[in-house]
Design a protein around this ligand. Structure first.
Ligand code: MIC
Ligand code: SF4
Length: 647
């Protein structure tokens, strides 16, 4: 009897599954072949790893990237970088030095292997699905556990086929494909799903373009996105001199998907996501004339060689609009060298571009914050309010072609308004890259003698107490739908420098949206958070769970929760509760006192009855957790749970 045909996702999952059943909605345990971390989530992850007492990582490859917070305003970030470098040497981790490039881009260029699994402490880890790797984002603690050889647990997602058909018109880009999906599906449309791309339209996109699409699957809330490892991937590996790492892999003929989404490329037009959500998508030509103050081409979404070469062609021999501040950043050091060699960087700089280092930078408010009330057009993946570093700025997300045309004309423009797209259509991924891995530091074979360098801003990771029997506390904050982790713990240069110091970073919890929150919860001592749909969407930063826990938050009551944030809450002992009847949300006000009795027993039964003492009402909350997660949360979080288990 021949085996049933499988999707690409099922093939990889079944080959790495060490527990559970591969059935949508059931918990599975996956062995992780590789991990990646970066500086702003890595420090917490490694602080956790250190407490596990394991002499060397157990993965095939773990890479620690320094790419996010490269601003050196004082000692803090450099101290973090030194800590990360010493940890990497001690525990057998490859370190990517500051300036080498952005983690996801570097990873699929230099380290990814089709058909293998990768866990990354960043929500855009799925970018690497462009080369047929199953790449999932998670909190730092989950990545620490994966480095320790523990499996990664998740609910088996529905595998959705995204079938690309037709031929794109000139000026239509990969960014428009993913913006179209965001327009149709919204920022929560991908929850509990893996998007597997298929169809004749695949041939339209080279690997960097596929990475743009896979990257912003994160904005859909999808668990990950994956492309087949076809001949285009083979050619890409050849261009990277990594042919030996290439493995061909695709779905079997007749594989059965949970559902189908079709995107006819011929129908697409240049799109833009308007402030302040990536799903607020319209056609560029339907926008009223929108004057632009700033343009940024960069980030893990759209900073490939061809992205910048196209922008350079649009701007060649011209000057950016006098009202526009224009900055560019290549995704990797390799590509920057090539763009310089081939004259593209020279054209951009001659046109007035400001060259930023190969890092996340402006994407997450680490430099290049726009002026008050400014309109900023960016090729990055997120435009949440305040993320740019300027709370009242209006960020639009678009392709590099739209960004370059807008930089030139001073308003948000279709690419064709600046230049006939046929003139730059030939730019694709290069046939060969400059290979220069000298910014990756390999660890010594024996790291046991390496001393860890710990600056004064690096504080131990706090852990939660075991779950109490009874909680009586006030609703410390009530928020609407789509709360982002940027709302809970803002990014930006000042705050990101506090990622290794929970007591300090907790002081800014909800600071942008409710400056009184911290004072209030400190007075209360304990409290609850009430949220709407998709609470905790966006970044994987576990500080958005740790800081509320540290301040005394015992549970989050929401209509629905984003996957990574929910896992982070569990990892740090904060109970995630889902309204059984969503209308109960309307009956709660900030300040109401809620009571939960016999909490561990109720959590085990998957239903918690909550009494609203202030209103004299009661309502039920669902506990949508696996048996393992329930025990993790009762133990007071995953570090305690794993340590208890191994006693
Ligand atoms: C982001 O794009 O929001 C970040 C900064 O890369 C985050 C990671 C973090 O906040 O630490 C992410 O996407 O997970
Ligand atoms: Fe960095 Fe921005 Fe990508 Fe996050 S989305 S990894 S901040 S470039």
């Amino acid at each position: 009897m021949s085996a049933a045909p499988q999707t690409l996702t099922e093939k990889i999952i079944s080959s790495r599954m060490v527990g559970g059943t591969m059935k949508t909605g059931q918990e599975i345990a996956l062995r992780m072949d590789q991990t990646l971390t970066h500086d702003v989530t890595g420090t917490m992850g490694y602080l956790a790893f250190e407490t596990l007492g394991i002499p060397r990582v157990k993965t095939e490859l773990s890479v620690s990237y320094i790419d996010h917070n490269l601003v050196q305003g004082d000692f803090k970030n450099m101290d973090d970088h030194k800590y990360l470098q010493s940890i990497a040497q001690k525990y057998g981790i490859v370190l990517s030095r500051a300036g080498n490039g952005i983690c996801h881009t570097l990873h699929f260029h230099r380290h990814a292997i089709p058909g293998k699994t990768l866990l990354g402490s960043d929500s855009h880890t799925p970018t690497i699905g462009a080369v047929g790797m199953l790449a999932i984002g998670a909190g730092g603690l989950d990545v620490a556990l994966a480095m320790a050889g523990e499996p990664f647990f998740l609910k088996m997602p529905e595998v959705v086929e995204v079938r690309l058909t037709g031929k794109r018109k000139p000026g239509v880009t990969a960014k428009d494909v993913i913006l179209e999906l965001l327009r149709r599906m919204s920022v929560k449309g991908g929850l509990g799903k893996i998007l597997e791309y298929t169809g004749p339209g695949l041939a339209e996109f080279d690997i960097s373009e596929r990475s743009t699409i896979a990257n912003m699957g994160a904005e859909l809330g999808a668990t990950t996105s994956i492309f087949p490892s076809d001949n285009a991937v083979k050619a890409f590996f050849k261009a990277q001199q990594r042919e030996k790492d290439w493995v061909g892999m695709e779905a079997d003929k007749g594989a059965v998907y949970g559902s189908l989404i079709e995107v006819n490329l011929s129908e697409l037009e240049p799109l833009v996501a308007c402030p302040h959500m990536p799903d607020n998508v319209v056609r560029v030509k339907d926008l009223p004339r929108t004057k632009v103050d700033q343009v940024f081409i960069g980030s893990c979404t759209n900073a490939a060689y061809a992205d910048l070469a196209k922008a350079a062609t649009i701007l060649e021999g011209k000057t950016v609009h006098p009202d526009v501040s224009f900055s560019v950043s290549a995704g990797t050091h390799q590509m920057l060298e090539m763009l310089m060699r081939d004259g593209h960087m020279q054209k951009l700089i001659a046109a007035g571009a400001r060259l930023m280092e190969c890092s996340c930078g402006a994407c997450v408010g680490l430099g290049q914050a726009p002026s008050s009330g400014a309109v900023s057009v960016r090729t990055s993946p997120r435009n949440f309010k305040g993320r740019s570093g300027t709370f009242d700025a209006n960020v639009y997300l678009a392709s590099p072609e739209v960004a370059a045309a807008s930089a030139l004309l001073g308003y948000i423009a279709e690419p064709a308004e600046a230049m006939d797209p046929a003139r730059y259509a030939s730019f694709r991924d290069p046939d060969s890259y400059i290979i220069n891995d000298n910014m990756f530091l390999q660890p010594p074979a024996d790291g046991s003698k390496v001393e860890i360098i710990r600056g004064p801003n690096i504080k131990p990771m706090p852990i939660s107490d075991p779950m109490p029997q009874r909680v009586e506390a006030s609703v410390a904050i009530k928020r609407p739908d789509n709360v982002t982790t940027d709302d809970i713990i803002p990014a930006g240069a000042t705050f990101s420098a506090l990622r290794s110091n929970v007591p300090a970073i907790s002081e800014i919890t909800f600071g942008r949206v409710d400056p009184e929150f911290v004072g209030r919860i400190k007075k209360l001592g304990t409290g609850f958070i009430v949220g709407g749909e998709n609470y905790g969407q966006g970044s994987s930063r576990e500080h958005a769970a740790i800081a509320p826990m540290y301040l005394g938050i015992k549970a989050v009551l929401a209509k629905s929760l984003a996957r990574i944030h929910k896992a982070n809450l569990v990892n740090f002992g904060v109970v995630p509760l889902i309204f059984a009847d969503k209308t109960a949300y309307d009956g709660i006000d900030q300040g109401d006192v809620l009571v939960m009795e016999n909490l561990p027993d109720q959590v085990r039964s998957r239903k918690v009855t909550v009494r609203n003492k202030t209103k004299g009402t009661s309502f039920d909350m669902l506990v949508e957790l696996s048996d393992r997660e329930v025990e993790v949360i009762i133990a007071g979080g995953n570090l305690t749970y794993v340590k208890n288990k191994s006693k």
